[in-house]
Design a binder for this molecule. Sequence first.
Ligand code: B16
Ligand code: MG
Length: 215
Amino acid sequence: MRYKGIIFDLDGVICHTDRYHYQAWKETTDLAGVYFDETINERLRGVSRTESLDIILERAERTYSAAEKQALAEKKNGRYVELLRQMTPADLTEEVKETLDLLRQAGCKLAIGSSSRNTKLILERLGLSDFFDAVSDGTNITHSKPHPEVFLKAAAYLGLDASDCLVVEDADAGIAAAAAGGFESAGIGQAAANPQTTYPLQTLGALYIKICNVR
Ligand code: B16
Ligand code: MG
């Protein structure tokens, strides 16, 4: 196996919390009278909560004060957390479980590299609180993707160099962050079409076969 460590993005790779982000932002922006749609939502993948709101407010008809922005971000997060609390270990797909198990059996260390400040809650809901060897997330970084900090910290927590780790991402911001940090990457969804992606994948289930014979 070419890689000693695999660093997984969370939202859009390990689980489909992306649909809850959309729902929570949509409800919040509808109440506030701000236009928001699925195309704009695609630009929020991997981007922090406050930067996501700045992208959404590009379409607003007036400017929002810092206090108003904080209130909107808090409202969205309150609704998002309500939706997260409905998740159970049944939301972890067989495909994801099997891929994680195969990689661990192959001797890889496994980490999370997510922009989310809700990472620990999500892992708990999925029954994965004690599964990963390291977790780097929105609570331990000062720069969000496309800055490589979240992945560099994940590699450091694993005790590995970036060149020994593969990043798995669904977002263009995440692929750019991986490349900036010196990581090879596997891309799912929109990230599969990104020219900086080392391994374009249809789904996460294709990952193991793709990398198990790479030296
Ligand atoms: P939170 P990832 C990212 O997760 C999401 O893709 C992005 O849409 C969200 O704004 C960001 O987390 C922050 O999430 O509001 O929970 O702190 O893809 O990096 O796992
Ligand atoms: Mg993601």
